[in-house]
Ligand binder design. Structure first.
Ligand code: UDP
Length: 486
């Protein structure tokens, strides 16, 4: 047993406003605690509730892990109590600026916490660039936590550096991304179109990353090792891929069900439904925590699913108050009666569904967590990117790993752009579904590659695996930095 003086004390600071930033960081914090580190996760009250049960379970089993809860300044920024992330915001346009303001007001108490706790290391989401100075003041390493891939980091850096999109004459003409380990072609429509002020923020984040001690990725070497090497060259800092962290820490059913979800799941309809299905016969369709498809798109998707003839579980976000979804209720009733499809409204136990033997494929918006969870489950995918770095991930799936097919979404759009958003047609959806779930040779090869990648993911976190070795190396390095300081 390590003495308290030798024990590493690490603070984890997630980006509070998106569950998909918190989910992998909490998993990683739990991983540190499983390895004898004294862990504090900073969070705001409503967000903390999404994870508290797993953390309490870990603490009860002897791990030194706790949440430091801060009150979100809801009244001060004019938000209703309990709205502390984008997923719960009822109006993105009105609430997003208030959420950002609320988070920025917490900087002072967090700085004070750092001073009071005197950690040996700060693990900070990329989106808190100021923590690089906090760590420097304390004389301890800051590790940047990435919630996305090395691949998208490198692709994005390539676009910033070489501006290949300026060499083409139209938004749909393909151009290559120079300097990447694979030949990747994109169009201007697929490149993130972010406002200037946000671009400035991203530049600050990257500058802070270059001044950090290192970076942690929820990824594994066999998946995108060449891009991890390129990240090291691009930033000049150390990189540790330690994933898939979820596979490593979420071992029991309670952990999987309660991850990112404060309500215990009472309804097991999905499980009974899947248990009655043949292996690899069901598609899982989900767009993550942030995307709300327009009604026109939901209708096309429903038709595409039905016309494909394949079975599916479709996760539909809770409807807005003023939305009339009578057609969806009818559709739900119909596919339930024909036993072809199941709709889950709100939060689905995604980890459990993906690993169920009846699930044979995933329709994904290419958020990094969902992508990695699909990879871990050995599933081929239909890619349907919406925004952020999701179009880069589509390229990773379809052109590098070759474990999936694109549905044909052509244009990057902002989350709030519902009205102007392109609608993927039902025929294209049907075609992609029939291809992926069908008996063709190409799809069979994709399924094999996906299965092999799933095996590689499992090996990476086992004893002697790439992520396991990286993680132990990281812990040892932090310990030696601590003893040098002492
Ligand atoms: N998730 C879930 N159930 C849901 C929706 C999402 O468990 O109904 C989890 C999913 O497993 C993943 C995360 O939420 O871990 C979504 O993150 P991702 O990076 O895929 O997408 P984003 O939400 O950022 O678009």
């Amino acid at each position: 047993m390590e003495s308290q003086v030798d024990q590493l004390k690490v603070i984890f600071l997630p980006f509070f406003l998106a569950p998909s930033h918190q989910i992998p960081m909490v998993d990683t914090a739990r991983l540190f605690a499983m390895h004898g580190v004294n862990v504090t996760i900073v969070n705001t009250s409503a967000n903390a509730l999404l994870f508290q049960k797993s953390i309490d379970r870990d603490a009860n089993s002897g791990h030194q892990i706790k949440t430091h809860v801060l009150q979100f300044p809801s009244a001060q920024v004019g938000l209703p109590e309990g709205i502390e992330n984008f997923n719960t915001a009822t109006s993105l346009k009105d609430m997003v600026p208030k959420l950002f303001l609320g988070q920025s007001l917490l900087k002072k108490p967090i700085e004070q916490l750092f001073q009071d706790m005197q950690p040996d290391c700060i693990v900070s989401d990329l989106l808190h660039p100021w923590t690089v100075d906090s760590a420097a003041k304390l004389g301890v390493p800051r590790l940047v936590f990435h919630v996305t891939s090395c691949f998208s980091f490198c692709a994005e850096t390539c676009v910033e550096q070489y501006k290949p999109h300026l060499s083409v004459n139209s938004d749909t003409e393909p151009f290559s991304l120079p300097g990447l380990p694979n030949k990747i072609e994109m169009t201007r429509f697929q490149i993130p179109d972010i406002p200037d002020e946000f671009n400035q923020i991203m530049i600050l984040n990257k500058e802070a990353e270059r001044r950090s001690y290192g970076a942690i990725f929820n990824s594994f070497y066999e998946l995108e090792g060449a891009y991890e090497e390129l990240h090291k060259i691009n930033t000049g800092i150390k990189t540790w891929s330690v994933g898939p962290v979820s596979l490593w820490v979420n071992k029991d059913v309670s952990d999987k069900v309660e991850r990112g979800n404060k309500e215990a799941l009472k309804d097991h309809e999905w499980l009974n439904w899947l248990n009655a299905k043949a292996s690899n016969s069901v598609l899982y369709v989900s767009f993550g925590t942030l995307t709300k498809l327009s009604e026109a798109q939901l209708i096309e998707l429903a038709h595409g699913l039905e016309a494909s003839g394949h079975q599916f579980i479709w996760v539909v976000r809770q409807k807005d108050k003023d939305q009339d979804e009578g057609w969806l209720e009818e559709f739900e009733k119909r596919v339930k009666e024909s036993n072809k499809g199941l709709i889950i409204r709100g939060w689905a136990p995604q980890l459990l569904i993906l690993e169920h033997p009846a699930v044979g494929g995933q329709v994904t918006h290419c958020g990094w967590n969902s992508f990695l969870e699909g990879v871990t489950a050995g599933l081929p995918m239909i890619t349907w990117p919406i925004f952020a770095e999701q179009f880069y991930h589509e390229k990773l799936v379809t052109e590098v790993l070759k474990i999936g097919v694109a549905v044909g979404k052509k244009k990057w759009n902002r989350l709030s752009d519902k009205e102007t958003t392109e609608v993927v047609k039902r025929e294209d959806i049907e075609k992609a579904l029939k291809f992926l779930m069908g008996s063709g040779e190409e799809a069979a090869e994709m399924r094999n590659r996906a299965r092999e990648l799933g095996n590689a993911a499992r090996k990476a976190v086992e004893s002697g695996g790439s992520s396991q070795s990286n993680f132990m190396g990281l812990i040892n390095e932090l310990k030696s930095l601590k003893s040098n300081r002492n």
